[in-house]
Design a protein around this ligand. Structure first.
Ligand code: PLP
Length: 452
């Protein structure tokens, strides 16, 4: 056994490229190797049992190793593990899951779902179907996309083109033309105002000016996350999303809500946009839909958008898009089991309650710790904004290793947390309860105190 453990440690970075890291860096700082999971805990190769404060990668919402989900997967595999969804063919779980998602998103008037395998696929599908929608309704000049700085929309070329952080894009240019990033309504760091209402208005004005400058007849859609996740857990002012919906309606621009992280409860409501009282036209879903047990993505269309495909039978309406894994029966079966748990255990409600406890527990760090500038969040999305100069709110340089070191200390205290640039991100499973929340708070408090 030890031989195998040593083999895994030595070989982890030898033949595989890990995402979002330099191959040489990962050789220098060998990443953790996780061997087991149960509920909100994972165990690593050294036998440490740790609270999973990252929830896999903000996706294991129902917790690790749930018997119901494993059973659904095995039962589906006993029937059939794969068949194609092309040309109208289907397996039972994809039919049932599309109906389930439409039922859960009835408030948003979602009537159609197109499946894929990841969040990046869900975004790519949304961007392509948005363009096709405009062809179908006779406005093919609407091809451009607007998005927010600090936004993250996955790694495919379309998603990258609307991503709001240049460091994701730089090595892969040239990307799609006609994509415009607008300042994020970020209260902690913005050149406009500390007042949330004034800030929301300033950003909405920028959006309106951009639509006007480009010509509304050229703008297909605006894509944004209800709470920006990977960009550093940025919670917009409460009025921002309603105002965004209003300005987009004025110019008939589609609203794509990227709910890959927020979908199915993470921000404290079933969908993130619902938490802001807004109904998007298109929603991108992944992560929590199947809690990471099997990869799955979904793009959900409301009636306004979906109906465009049913006006007449035309070549323009053929959906020349889709993946081998679209409607994957095992992924869909896992998702059906996960969504039952989301509803039965009221995971959005638990995310709101436990998120409040986590935020409250960590907030004092921003008061007393020299390198914690702000602690912010919504539901079970919480970020610690680490700073090198508290008064100037200067983000900590990720290159100096301090954020990584704090995360390392927290790990030694029993909790996995995620250093992402200058922000420490927390996104535990939505089934988490008070004792595990308190372990995370305690671990991060000790970690920051140890640094100070
Ligand atoms: N959109 C958002 C908002 C995300 O946070 C992510 C991933 O974190 C993606 C899209 C891409 O999802 P995936 O990594 O599954 O391709």
């Amino acid at each position: 056994m030890l031989d195998r453990d040593n083999f895994l440690r030595a070989e982890n970075t030898r033949h595989q490229f890990h995402p979002m890291t330099h191959p040489m860096m990962s050789a220098e700082h060998p990443p953790q190797i996780i061997t087991h999971g149960d509920g909100c805990y994972v165990t690593d190769l050294d036998g440490n049992r740790l609270v999973d404060g990252v929830g896999g990668l903000w996706n294991v919402n129902v917790g690790h190793n749930r018997a119901e989900v494993k059973q659904a997967i095995v039962e589906q595999m006993d029937r059939i593990s794969y068949y194609s969804s092309f040309s109208g063919s289907a397996t039972a779980p994809s039919i049932e899951l599309s109906a389930k998602v439409c039922e859960m998103a009835a408030e948003e008037e979602i009537t159609k779902v197109m499946f894929s395998a990841n969040g990046s696929d869900a975004v790519e599908t949304a961007l392509k179907l948005a363009r096709q929608y405009w062809h179908l309704v006779g406005q093919p000049t609407r091809t451009k996309f607007l998005s927010l700085k600090q936004g993250y929309h996955g790694v495919h070329f379309g998603g990258l083109s609307v991503n709001g952080a240049p460091y994701y894009r730089n090595a892969y240019e040239p990307l799609l033309g006609g994509c415009f990033q607008i300042d994020s309504p970020w209260t902690y760091r913005n050149p406009y105002s500390e007042d949330p209402e004034e800030l929301a208005d300033a950003v909405i004005t920028q959006i309106e000016r951009t639509i006007q400058a480009q010509g509304s007849q050229t703008v297909a859609a605006f894509i944004a996350e209800p709470v920006q996740g990977a960009g550093g857990v940025i919670v917009p002012p409460a009025s921002f999303w309603p105002k965004l919906r209003a300005v987009l309606d004025k110019y008939e621009v589609l609203l794509i809500s990227d709910e890959v992280v927020t979908g199915f409860g993470r921000s404290g409501s079933m969908f993130g946009a619902r938490g802001w009282g807004v109904k998007p036209d298109i929603m991108c879903l992944a992560k929590g839909i199947s809690s990471g047990y099997v990869p799955l993505g979904a793009t959900a269309l409301n009636k306004r958008v979906a109906d465009a495909w049913y006006k007449e039978f035309s070549e323009t309406g053929i959906i020349m898009h889709g993946y081998t894994s679209t409607g994957h029966p095992v992924g869909c079966a896992a998702a059906l089991a996960c969504l039952d748990i989301v509803e039965q255990e009221d995971l959005p409600g638990n995310a709101a309650k436990m998120g409040a406890r986590l935020l409250e527990g960590l907030k004092p760090l921003a008061e007393r710790c020299s390198i914690v500038g702000e602690v912010r969040g919504k539901g079970l999305m919480v970020g610690l904004d680490m700073v090198s100069d508290k008064d100037a709110r200067s983000p900590m340089d990720p290159g100096n290793g301090i954020v990584e070191r704090i995360a390392g200390y927290a790990r030694e205290e029993g909790a996995i947390v995620r250093p992402a640039g200058s922000v420490i991100i927390l996104s535990p499973p939505l089934v988490i309860q008070e004792p595990e929340i308190d372990i995370i708070v305690d671990a991060l408090t000790k970690a920051c105190d140890r640094y100070d």
